[in-house]
Design a protein around this ligand. Structure first.
Ligand SMILES: Cc1cc2nc3c(=O)[nH]c(=O)nc-3n(C[C@H](O)[C@H](O)[C@H](O)COP(=O)(O)OP(=O)(O)OC[C@H]3O[C@@H](n4cnc5c(N)ncnc54)[C@H](O)[C@@H]3O)c2cc1C
Length: 431
């Protein structure tokens, strides 16, 4: 077989995994000068900042074994220690199982709402409706109003009733009523949800994973941006004017970008691309002088008066990511077409909110603040997404083009998910 019958676009984890599992017969092209895509780390002034918090969660033995091999033992397990900050205090995550310490009227609201919801809805809430309905039916009004609705508005930047439940897939834990009562009257440390344990490289940040792939695969070409894809002629043109023919293509670039590269598309396909919506994430990677190592891994902020929806402490995953007597923090701010932000103002508000919330002692302790603007953060799961993505995928597959990965499948996917999708498509193409 011609070595380059399969062209892979994008050396993020999906593209790298496809190449790794194909073993031969492909060429992989990446537009940037380095590989890793979203799962990359930046070295600056002795700090190692990931693009944003990037922790490994494994639901699948295969990916755990693969990541362990790729990282060659450079992987440590952690028991999640995450929190919610609201009404001026920290409560354990997930909020729906932990009201202990909140003011009594809030605890009462949450418990009564939950009990009423459970009495009214004997069977679990149907996830075919909108997300707000699911929240109300599953958790009741108290939990909805004190956490679920404000947090999800802030995170998704649109009303939860505009979202479907297609993305849920265990991302929002639903504790038993008895567990929630325990968490209302005592400090409940029982773990919930898919991310109650996670893994992270001991050294080097998350980019070590992509590095592990790249050491095992060949034929990767960086600084090679695809600028036109002629699906009819099965040709791709790169920025440097080189042209490659393909039998099959695996593309991992974001769908809205892909739509600009394809030629002569029928109107209904153009329309499907135009239906896609997303949120962007403005991340501040912050280095702080501190003698106290943060113990918390990450904290959710549902209230509107704090600009970030979540912060995390990479130095609590790995001591290697900051110089001695310094810690690092990432603060995540969501924005979109419907919720715009001024990035300079957002950065200074985030620093002052960190001080106001007691995370840093004063602004002068911040010695570095590196903003990362992630244009395509999360695909928005509105009522058009599923149909639009289906139409696009079906159209492209007629030309032997497979669009995969978090932004190629336009889905809420973890690193593990995209690695598995890369494997699946490689096996499908190889037959
Ligand atoms: C804010 C945030 C936090 C996250 N946290 C976690 C976490 O804690 N744990 C977890 O498991 N997952 C997390 N994820 C998800 C994880 O980052 C992704 O699932 C995964 O990295 C996506 O890999 P990918 O290869 O599909 O896409 P990408 O990493 O985006 O790779 C696509 C590649 O295509 C390249 N490309 C684009 N256009 C072209 C072109 N024209 N020509 C050639 N190349 C091109 C890009 O440069 C990029 O390298 C997070 C995601 C976000 C946004």
């Amino acid at each position: 077989m011609n070595r380059e019958e399969i062209i892979i676009l994008g050396a993020g984890l999906a593209g790298l995994s496809a190449a790794y599992h194909l073993k031969s017969g492909y060429a992989l092209f990446e537009k940037d000068s380095e590989i890793g895509g979203m799962a990359r780390s930046i070295h600056k002034d002795g700090y190692i900042f990931d693009y944003d918090g990037h922790l490994l969660h494994f639901r699948n033995k295969y990916t755990f074994n693969l990541a362990s091999e790729l990282l060659n033992g450079n992987l440590a397990p952690h028991k999640r220690n995450s929190w919610v900050y609201s009404k001026g205090i920290f409560t354990r995550y997930p909020f729906q199982a932990n009201f202990y310490g909140l003011p009594n009227p809030v605890v009462k609201d949450c418990l009564m709402g939950l009990i009423k919801a459970r009495l009214l809805n004997i069977s679990p809430a149907n996830s075919s409706g909108n997300f707000e309905n699911w929240i109300m039916k599953t958790f009741g009004e108290g939990i909805a109003n004190h956490f679920m609705l404000p947090y999800n508005r802030k995170f998704w930047t649109i009303e939860p009733k505009e979202l479907t439940c297609e993305w849920l897939d265990g991302f929002v834990p639903v504790p038993e009523l008895e567990d929630t009562v325990t968490g209302a009257i005592s400090d409940n440390t029982k773990p919930y949800g898919y991310n109650s344990r996670f893994w992270y490289p001991v050294k080097g940040g998350i980019s070590e994973l992509a590095k592990g792939f790249s050491e095992r695969i060949r034929n990767i070409h960086v600084s090679k941006k695809a600028v036109t894809i002629d699906q009819h002629r099965k040709e791709v043109v790169f920025e440097d004017a080189t042209i490659k023919k393909f039998k099959n293509m695996i593309t991992t670039m974001p769908l809205p970008e892909l739509s600009n590269l394809l030629v002569d598309m029928p109107l209904d396909i153009r329309h499907a691309f135009s239906m896609l919506r997303w949120t962007s994430i403005f991340v501040l990677n912050i280095g702080v002088k501190s003698d106290n190592l943060a113990e918390k891994h990450w904290v959710y902020y549902p209230e509107e008066n704090v600009i970030f929806y979540r912060i995390g402490f990479p130095t609590s995953f790995s001591m290697d990511v900051a110089p001695e007597r310094k810690i690092s923090i990432y603060a995540e701010i969501a924005y979109s077409d419907t919720k715009k932000i001024d990035k300079n103002e957002a950065a200074s508000k985030a620093i002052s909110d960190l001080r106001r919330c007691g995370i840093i002692s004063d602004e002068s302790s911040v010695e570095i603040c590196l903003p990362m603007d992630i244009k395509y953060g999360y695909a928005l799961y509105d009522s058009n997404r599923k149909h639009a993505v289906g139409v696009i995928k079906d159209y492209l597959e007629k030309f032997g083009i497979y669009t995969i990965g978090r932004y190629g499948s336009w889905r809420y996917m973890s690193m593990e998910d995209v690695i598995l999708e890369g494997k699946k498509i490689a096996e499908q193409i190889k037959g």
